[in-house]
Design a protein. Structure first.
Length: 87
């Protein structure tokens, strides 16, 4: 059974001070998103991989920040890109 090895190294990064009302990258380009995700390393808010631009995957490829969490009300799951498991 695969286990995320990155949770112990993460801080408690909050979203940016001016929390966006959507995916930061989609808002900048005028794109649309489906659901929102938050990077647990830096707080970046991005769209889910069901969205056309898949910004959390792009963010991981650029930064190597390993774990995201849902930024949707009532959802509390996490995903580790490195270990490819729920965290």
């Amino acid at each position: 059974m695969a286990v995320c090895t990155h949770l112990e190294t993460l801080g408690t990064a909050d979203p940016p001070a001016l929390t966006p009302q959507g995916c930061q990258d989609c808002l900048a380009t005028g794109s649309q998103w489906v659901h929102l995700r938050r990077c647990l390393s830096c707080g970046h808010i991005g769209c889910c991989d069901s969205s056309p631009n898949k910004h959390p995957s792009v963010h991981f490829q650029q930064t190597r920040d390993p774990v995201i969490t849902s930024y949707e009300p009532g959802e509390s799951w996490r995903w580790c890109f490195v270990d490819e498991v729920g965290a």
